[in-house]
Design a protein around this ligand. Sequence first.
Ligand code: UDP
Length: 352
Amino acid sequence: MHILISGGAGFIGSNLAEYHLNKGDQVHVVDDLSTGSRANVIPFEDNPSYRFDEADVLTWPGLKESAAWSDRIYHLAAVVGVFKVLAEPIKTLATNVAACERVLRAAHSGRWNPQIVLASTSEVYGTGVHCRVGETIACRDIDPDSIPPFQEDMEPLVGSSAISRWNYSISKLTDEAFGVSYAKVHRMKVIVTRFFNTVGPRQTGRYGMVVPRFVRQAVAGEPLTVYGDGAQRRCFCDVRDTVSALDALATGGSGWGQIVNVGHDQEVSILGLAELVKKLASSSSPIIFIPRHEAYSEDFQETVRRRPDLERFNRLAGGFQYRWNLERTLLDLIARERQKQPVPSQGGTNGH
Ligand code: UDP
């Protein structure tokens, strides 16, 4: 198969490129390396089935030609990560919305009616509760059990556009509407996938993601920084499961025009995650609690519980089998982190 991956040098994109190269597919990656990195794709550069273009999808002259060559397009290029979204609110909106529409338009003008997998996010479910602008939601005020698993047909509860943090989900919700509309109007094979807290090799903690941060902190013997009281809950899905799930959804072929959650439903509190990382890394790092407004900004709104309803996913992906669970993923990430970091001279934190 001919596979085009926009944002293919990023965390999920590079895992997707690796997956398809291993399957024997031809893979064309386009990435402007703004959050993605060349280091993520260097291992593929000797592979004759791999091609890379450093370009912004918004202006890339090769897009039409590559879209016409593709059997399948994964559109992942976007401004991502809470820190980056807060720092670059305009770029988040402009890039995320316009690039997606340009990809859909290019695919529509191509010859093959390629399959298109659009990356969206569980962030479109917002906090799962109605709240007022300026209200910081503290976990102690809301019982996580009162928030149900997020199901695709729920009305989105995206936060206010007055708050920069929500620009990401506002942009992705717009992308979803574009995707569904192109599928309807032009009968295109578009599926919208909402990712829930994807983790795994090559994810960076630079833009805020909790798992790579805790793993690095535990291995380095630094304090694990829990934001808020740590009662907020998440479900983490290993990226190696995520990429084969995306392939299964597109190959299954019954989800065109639909929106589907992609993730795992093994749930953990953030404090529980910190304790698990510490234990698995045999780390003596302390766990410290940082108020959310110090970690992000005054207007930050926490999602107290985020868990996917996977009924639609299981139906469309045809009995998908996960190969990873949280413990296995963390052990793997801890081992990888140890290879990166020198062993501290005053031992005790590395557990070798
Ligand atoms: N978080 C944390 N410490 C960190 C980074 C993140 O406690 O060093 C928290 C964050 O506030 C959130 C959860 O971990 O409640 C997951 O954060 P992440 O940015 O990975 O994903 P998202 O907020 O999108 O679920």
